[in-house]
Design a binder for this molecule. Structure first.
Ligand code: GAL
Length: 246
C-alpha cells in the first residue's frame, strides 16, 4: 500500500512536525510505503527542517488563518490537493490518514487501522466520550439544525469521533473532504461555524455512513496526561492552546 499522511502545520505548530514524522517512520504502518503530505504557511522553512529525515514529502503552501479557520478549513486543503496527489504515478497514495501535528505515535500502529472493502473510512472514538458507566458516549454533536453539521438525535448513539486522527481509501477520504468542505462553505455563507468546527462536520458525515466506518478505540487519540484503560498508541500531546495558537 502507498499510504499518504496528511498534516497541517502553520505558525507555532511547525515545531511538532519533525518529532511526529520520526515517530511515524518508526511506528506507523511499517512495511507500507509512506508519503508525507504537509500543508504549511512556510514551505521553505519546513523543507529545511525535514531534510535530515530523508523522507518522501510533498509540501503544499497554505495561508495561515489562525483559530478556528486553520482547523475548520482542513478538508478544503485536502480536496484542493486531490489532483496533484492523484497525478503522482507510482507515489500516488492508495489510502490517506490525517494526523494532528501535535501527536506522536508512541507504540506500533499496524494494519488494524487500514480501511476494508466494507469500511472504507476509519475514525477514532473520542477519548472523552467512549462508553463507560456514568459517562456519556454521546459526545458533543452539532445541535443547531441550521448547520450542515447538524446530527439528528436518532443518530447520536452511534459514536462521537475525534477530529485528530482519521483516514480511509484515497477516493473515499477525498469524497468525504469534498463533501465536508462544501458543507462548511454553506455554513459560512450563512454565518454559521459548527460547535467543534471540522470535528462536527466529520461526525455528521461519519454518522451518515453508519456501518461503513471502521471505528478505532481511543488508543489512537490518547491525550498525553489522561488515564483511560487503553494502550497508548497515538498520543495527543499536552499543549498550551493559547500559546500555540498565538
Ligand atoms: C475536547 C477536545 C476538543 C473537542 C472536544 C469535543 O476534549 O479537546 O478538541 O474534541 O473535546 O467535545
Amino acid at each position: 500500500m502507498n499510504v499518504g499522511i496528511l498534516t497541517i502545520a502553520t505558525g507555532k505548530y511547525k515545531k511538532f512536525v519533525v518529532p511526529l514524522y520520526e515517530s511515524i517512520k518508526d511506528n506507523f504502518l511499517r512495511g507500507h510505503k509512506k508519503l508525507y503530505i504537509l500543508f504549511t504557511d512556510e514551505p521553505d522553512e519546513m523543507k529545511e527542517m525535514l531534510r535530515p529525515l530523508s523522507i518522501d514529502a510533498v509540501i503544499f503552501k497554505i495561508e495561515r488563518r489562525g483559530f478556528p479557520g486553520d482547523t475548520l478549513l482542513r478538508y478544503h486543503h485536502f480536496s484542493n490537493a486531490k489532483i496533484t496527489l492523484s497525478l503522482l504515478g507510482e507515489r500516488a497514495p492508495d489510502c490517506l490518514y490525517y494526523l494532528d501535528a501535535d501527536m506522536l505515535i508512541s507504540s506500533e500502529v499496524g494494519d488494524e487501522v487500514l480501511p476494508t472493502k466494507k469500511k472504507k473510512l476509519v475514525g477514532v472514538a473520542h477519548p472523552g466520550y467512549w462508553s463507560r458507566p456514568g459517562h456519556s458516549a454521546l459526545g458533543t454533536p452539532e445541535t443547531n439544525p441550521l448547520s450542515k453539521a447538524f446530527i439528528p438525535q436518532d443518530r447520536w448513539r452511534l459514536c462521537y469521533w475525534a477530529g485528530g486522527f482519521n483516514g480511509g481509501s484515497f477516493q473515499d477520504f477525498m469524497t468525504m473532504s469534498e463533501t465536508i468542505s462544501y458543507r462548511v462553505n454553506q455554513d459560512l455563507d450563512r454565518g454559521i461555524v459548527a460547535v467543534w468546527h471540522d470535528e462536527s462536520h466529520l461526525n455528521a458525515y461519519l454518522s451518515e455512513l453508519q456501518e461503513g466506518v471502521k471505528t478505532l478505540t481511543p488508543s489512537y487519540c490518547y491525550p498525553e496526561s489522561w488515564s483511560i484503560p487503553f494502550v497508548k498508541r497515538i498520543v495527543a500531546l499536552d499543549k498550551n492552546h493559547a500559546e500555540v495558537r498565538s
